[in-house]
Design a protein around this ligand. Sequence first.
Ligand code: MHO
Length: 212
Amino acid sequence: HYLNIPSEKATFSMGCFWAPDSLFGSTPGIITTRVGYAGGSEGFIPTYRNIGDYTEAIQLQYDPNTVTYLELLKIFWDHHDPTAKFKKQYSSFIYYHNDQQKVEAEQTLNEKKAKGLDILTKIEPAGQFFNAEDYHQKYRLQQHKNLCNDLGLKTGEDLINSHVAARLNGYVVGQGGIDQFDSEASKLRLDEAAIKYIRQLVIKYEGQGLHC
Ligand code: MHO
């Protein structure tokens, strides 16, 4: 049912990609997520063990009528430290997909700098995005093997393309919270057993934040 609603892409790097996969996965308006490698040299094929000059990145498909790019940027800035110096793999990047994204990204970056913050975030055009290995896709959800099997999420492609997988990858670590989960569970067409299982996880981890 989500296939015929409008969708736009957004790509961010903000440290280890498992965390933003869960953070954005349960954000209203997010349709699907994928983790991968972005921003490196052309002609090089990055992998987790041989990442070269690529960054760990999250790529989102979102419904711009439900969540705006500016709202996604706010989540981006609020959930990592853009002043901290890391190796390239974990560095802060906004990879824009069109001129409007570029303008809005620069605007928010300039607002941060105007506050005197030494922001290291770089803004670059989105180039080729290489999917990360299957075991990195919806990493938190994949720790619940029986749930994935019950939902028919077997391959990396299943995990990348499934809206339900994106949502649950957030909920299983408490992202989104119990009220939002309860209001959304029926739309996700989960059966009673799955709802019960996920509910106890949301309640357990809500408010605990994300870690890698
Ligand atoms: N410290 C984490 C980082 C994973 S991440 C996808 C680990 O290696 O387990 O970079």
